[in-house]
Design a protein around this ligand. Structure first.
Ligand code: ADP
Length: 306
């Protein structure tokens, strides 16, 4: 096999209570990529459709992640990468992570799997370092493992795959405003009051338990963020109204996707997720903000061959 075409999913990081550690993969939105094994060594980005992103290997996250992979092999081949970019950069649903994770996953397939998924996470994190300045794993881990993931530790890197209930759907609305990831980080406080930390880790435990026992009420009760959301939500137009209307329309919980501006809701079943989408749209139609909206089952498989 010398060429592979893949779907690499968009992802929701943080998932309310799990800032920098929890993430989940989506099914209906993601990048499509073609990776080709060639004789000429090195990595070349040969085509990008859909977005204006750099073709230079060192400036594109897919190139940087692929180089991190190849630096750990003595492969006699090189690779060409084509990206059909369907996730808008800066949307908060892991645009850079999809390209980084997709590149290393596909190269691993073409070389007959010399690396384990956890190693691929490490390589893809180098792409995240280029995009955000921080080699975080909360988007690349769910893209590579599928479903829900927990980054239990960075040193050493320890990723835990979490059971995903069958009927769990996500609705994501992306208001067309720009928030710089650096701004979204800089406004955060560096100290957390103990009383907030206690509520937060109660919710992380509750969410994990709810996912394993498929207890949708417990999942809903646990989707509260006492630490990041009260500060970050100020950057997102009509966040409180979107959240209120989503919950009223039946969402289990609602919060900021990654560093925003996308807002996600988790729902039990597709019908509920579609109702929540209508409620979210109504809010932004009233306020006059353009948006994209996605309704998706939680993707248990992660990246797949097309
Ligand atoms: P999101 O907010 O959706 O997670 P990111 O902030 O992670 O998106 O990534 C966007 C940044 O990464 C932009 O600065 C973009 O120019 C850069 N970038 C470089 N290569 C890519 C790529 N292949 N796909 C997406 N973004 C890329």
């Amino acid at each position: 096999m010398n060429e592979i075409k893949i779907f690499s999913p968009a992802t929701i990081a943080n998932v309310s209570c799990g800032f920098d550690v929890l993430g989940l993969a989506l099914d209906t939105v993601g990048d499509e990529m073609i990776i080709r094994k060639v004789k000429q060594k090195g990595v070349r980005i040969t085509k990008i459709i859909g977005q204006d992103l750099p073709l230079e290997t060192h400036k594109n996250v897919a190139g940087v992640a692929a180089l991190a992979f190849l630096a750990k092999t003595d492969s006699e081949f090189g690779f060409e990468i084509e990206i059909d970019k369907q996730i808008k950069p800066g949307s908060g649903i892991g645009s850079s992570a999809a390209s980084s994770a997709g590149a290393v996953w596909a190269i691993n397939e073409l070389l007959e799997k010399p690396f384990k998924t956890i190693d691929l996470v490490r390589f893809a994190m180098e792409g995240e370092r280029l995009a955000t300045g921080v080699a975080h794993a909360d988007n690349v881990a769910p893209a590579l493992f599928g479903g829900f993931t927990l980054v239990r530790s960075y040193e050493p890197l320890d990723i835990v795959s979490i059971h995903t209930p069958r009927e769990l759907f996500a609705t994501v609305i992306h208001p067309h405003i720009e928030i710089k990831t650096s701004d979204a980080r800089n406004i955060l406080k560096t100290k957390v009051p103990l009383k907030d930390a206690i509520k937060q880790w109660g919710n992380v435990g509750g969410l994990i338990s709810g996912l394993y026992t498929e207890d949708y009420d417990l999942i809903g009760r646990s989707l509260e963020d006492y630490i990041i959301e009260p500060i970050r939500s100020i950057l997102i137009p009509a966040f409180d109204a979107v959240k209120k209307q989503s919950l009223k329309a039946g969402a289990l919980g609602c919060g900021i996707s990654g560093s925003g501006p996308s807002i996600f809701a988790l729902c039990k079943g597709e019908e509920s997720a579609l109702n929540v989408a209508e409620a979210m749209k109504l809010v932004y139609n009233k306020v006059g903000v353009d948006y994209d909206i996605h309704v998706s089952k939680v993707n248990k498989k992660g990246i797949k061959i097309l």
